[in-house]
Structures are given as C-alpha cells and as structure tokens.
Design a binder for this molecule. Structure first.
Ligand code: SF4
Length: 233
C-alpha cells in the first residue's frame, strides 16, 4: 500500500505518547483550508515510502516509541489499511487513527478487531455548514460523519473530536450547534488554523485569536466537559 510520508517522531500527535506518523494519500473531502493539498489532490505525484521500510524502522524503535499515528489524506479510504495496521500492531504498538469520519464501517471494523486504540475524528463544523468546510455537499457523507461520531460516543474506544477553526469559515453559532450535536462527548479540541505553503486554497484564511478561541471553547464547555485549545500561544 502506498505510504506517502513517514514522520519518525512526534510528541504532539498522539496525546500522552511518543509516536511515529504514517501518511496515506487521497481524500473524499476537499476542505479548502486543508494543509496537505498534495496528498489530497495528487497522491500519485507524492513520493512513496516502502511499507517494509516503515515496518523495519518501527521494529527497531519498539523500545523508544509507544505508538503510531495513521493519518492522511483520509486513511479509511485505503483498502489495505487493516493489513497495514495489523502489521504495526504485531510489533506491539498502540495505533491512533485520524479520520474525517466518512467511513463508519471501517472504523467499526478496526475497533472490533482491536486494531486501533485511539481515534481523532475531525468535526469540520456544525452540520448546517459542513459543506462549506468539507468542500462537499454530499448528504450521504454528512450522515456517515454523524454515524461515526455516534459510534465513538456510544462505544468504549478512546477518542477525541477536533475542529480546525478558521476565521473566514466558522462563526459563533457553529459552536453552539456543535455543542448541542455532540453534547456529552469525551474530549474536544479546537485547533487554531495555521497558514502554510501546502494549503488547498492558499492566501485565503486566517486564525481567530487565543481569546476568541477561548470564547468558542466556553460555548462548547456548557455541554462538553473537556474542551482544550491547540496550536496557538
Ligand atoms: S483536511 Fe482532512 S478531510 Fe479535509 S481535505 Fe484535508 S485530508 Fe481531507
């Protein structure tokens, strides 16, 4: 299976653990603020790292690293995702899956087979404005997102929901609606938008200030006990 990127150490991506990160290509959303435009739009043009090289590295680092994050793109699109994760689990690693939530059956299967230990699921915006943030107006994808969110909230797998907050695309009302939609969820992170050269729609977006993000966090905290802010001083 094509692996398009491999970060050998991250202290940030897997909360509480040292980890490596595997990047897979392709995505069924087109979030205009996406930071991995190349991986999403033209994965075939991205460099490929041999799976056996990644596994060989992980085998050597078993005593140093706790976990492996699988990210993208959207990893649940990859048909061979379960077999890749199985190989990683056989080395004794914890596995964190990043997902946009559009493939609930894949997440459920991975959970049932105990192939994943933690899921970080994107919540792009309120359901009313999902199309604006996801670059897709598919109701089918939105109902898939709702299904994955409900599966995580009602199950035993550890998880977080997270939203990259973009000044030009989110408004206060979105957080009121997300709070009501996901009331009682386990953990929610608001991530400040960061500009970079790999943004899908460059030169268009900016971040809210720390104070403004705290205000949105306060809205969420009325029904979600653990809400934190990431990515801004
Ligand atoms: S932000 Fe995530 S879900 Fe959106 S286009 Fe990029 S990889 Fe896909």
């Amino acid at each position: 299976m094509p692996i398009h990127g491999f970060q050998t150490l991250t202290l940030l991506d897997y909360p509480g653990y040292t980890a490596a990160t595997v990047f897979l290509g392709g995505c069924n959303f087109r979030c205009p603020f996406c930071q991995n435009a190349g991986l999403v739009l033209h994965p075939e043009k991205e460099p490929v790292i041999a799976e056996e090289d990644v596994l060989a590295f992980l085998k050597k680092r078993r005593r140093v690293l706790d976990g492996v994050c699988i990210t993208g793109g959207e990893p649940t699109l990859a048909p061979k995702l379960p077999s890749l994760i199985r190989s990683i689990k056989e080395l004794g690693y914890l596995v964190k899956l990043d997902t946009n939530g559009t493939h609930p059956a894949v997440v459920r299967r991975l959970a049932e087979e105990k192939l994943i230990d933690y899921v970080a699921m994107d919540i792009k915006s309120s359901r009313e404005h999902y199309d604006r943030l996801a670059g897709s107006s598919s109701e089918k994808l939105l109902s898939a997102v709702e299904e994955t969110a409900a599966f995580l909230m009602n199950g035993s797998l550890d998880y977080e929901f997270r939203t990259t907050v973009v000044r030009e695309l989110h408004e206060e009302e979105d957080f009121e609606k997300i709070r009501d939609w996901l009331a009682g969820c386990k953990r929610y992170y608001l991530q400040a938008y960061k500009d970079s050269e790999h943004i899908l729609k460059p030169d268009s977006y900016s971040s809210y200030s720390r104070e403004e993000l705290e205000h949105f966090a306060g809205i969420l905290r009325k029904k979600i006990p653990l809400v934190e802010i990431r990515g801004i001083d």
